[in-house]
Design a protein around this ligand. Structure first.
Ligand SMILES: *Cc1c(COP(=O)(O)O)cnc(C)c1O
Length: 377
């Protein structure tokens, strides 16, 4: 393992997540190069919802400076982006959750995704203003998690046109999100339906999450704004290939410590429910990380970790505070040694997620409050 990938440990911490804003900036540039093949190149809404995919908005923000806009889920996050120093446009995927959210619209260069009629009712009740928020009408498409159906779309657009004439909203755009962007045949049909629905309706178009961008580069030409999220943080959105293989750099490294070394005689078991039984005499280590930190309990024997720069494996069952690792062949293992759990080119979080039967985004957003975060030095 390259020493560059081992963040320095803050004294006294049993576990830490270090966030590399330079890696995020690098990943943004890689994504821009992909999108740049289209002409004119689309602009980029850098998606930073869920506290920048669990990295912490303020730690991630220095890496997002070259984005054209930042996208979040809810209005309070939009205000947090401004507080963290972001001056550019902000897109709110969830738009307004309830009528009282109209009290939070006082933000320059605000863009709201509008997915249902009640949100338009609430906007209609706002006083006119010269800098009223722009809206992006969401088409429900094949994902159907939010948005207007084929039948409802044109009516919603007509309402927006009237609200824009009254200066209750600004520009009107069109937004669609694909259910199966990672598949070869995942976007063509959904996109054709979207284009049919918005045909003849003026406005900029936004499509393409990370998977659509990387899997369907040809499709990117037809969009004005793309919306990558997970790839910004160095994680591949595609099955069978990890972020480093796509030229992305992991933005979060999770590191704990080896705090005890034990010899396990052949036949001895270790951990709750005797989940691991040694088939021969072996050295094992206890590591200061567990599911109480957000490490997945479903990661079983064989899940890779890096101890003392060597790749080894998890044994048995993860507990709330502790996990057990194999120290076979790691002769220099000693208490205090850092153990990397995920987030290097050799150990991308995707690998751990696959071992635990989940996806990287769940692990990144699932670290608990007892894990301290630091900026990568
Ligand atoms: C989360 C989200 C994105 C980003 O998706 P990734 O798969 O993380 O790239 C884009 N658009 C919408 C509407 C989203 O909710």
């Amino acid at each position: 393992m390259n020493a560059r990938w081992l963040p320095s440990f803050v004294a006294g911490t049993r576990i830490q997540a270090s966030v590399d804003a330079d890696a995020i900036a690098h990943n943004l540039a890689v994504i821009r190069a992909h999108a740049g093949a289209a002409s004119p190149a689309p602009r980029i809404w850098a998606t930073a919802k869920a506290d920048a995919y669990g990295h912490g908005l303020s730690l991630a923000m220095p890496g997002l400076g070259q984005a054209d806009g930042i996208a979040v889920q809810q209005l309070p996050e939009a205000h947090a982006c401004r507080a963290a120093g972001w001056q550019g446009p902000i897109l709110v995927y969830g738009g307004l959750l309830a009528e009282e959210d109209i009290a939070q619209l006082d933000l320059a260069d605000l863009h709201l995704v509008i997915s249902h009629e009640a949100q338009l009712d609430w906007l209609a009740s706002c006083p006119p203003r010269p800098d009223a928020p722009a809206v992006w009408l969401r088409y429900d498409g094949d994902i159907r998690l939010a948005g207007f159906s084929d039948e409802a779309y044109a009516r919603a657009y007509a309402r927006c046109t009237a609200l824009a004439a009254q200066h209750r909203i600004g520009a009107i755009g069109h937004l669609s999100h694909y259910a199966r962007a990672e598949d070869e045949d995942g976007v063509a049909e959904a996109d054709a339906r979207f284009r049919q629905v918005i045909a003849g309706l003026p406005g900029l178009v936004s499509t393409c999450n990370s998977a659509a961008l990387l899997r369907h580069p040809g499709h990117v030409c037809a969009t004005d704004w793309v919306r990558p999220g997970i790839a910004l943080y160095g994680v591949s959105p595609l099955a069978g290939i990890d972020g480093p293989a796509l030229g992305l750099r992991p933005a979060m490294t999770l590191t704990a410590r080896l705090f005890a070394v034990q010899t396990l005689p052949a036949g001895a078991s270790i951990g709750y429910r005797a989940a691991f039984v040694a088939s021969r005499d072996m050295r094992v280590g206890l590591v200061s990380c567990g599911y109480g930190d957000g490490y997945p309990r479903h990661a079983g024997t064989g899940t890779p970790v890096l101890a003392g720069g060597r790749r080894t494996r998890l044994l048995g069952r993860v507990t709330m505070d502790v996990m057990i690792i194999d120290l076979d062949g790691i002769d220099h293992a000693a208490p205090g040694m850092p153990v990397v759990l995920w987030g290097t080119p050799d150990l991308p979080v995707e690998t751990v997620a696959a071992s635990a039967g989940t996806i990287a985004a769940e692990l990144l957003t699932g670290l608990t409050a007892r894990v301290p975060f630091t900026a990568r030095d």
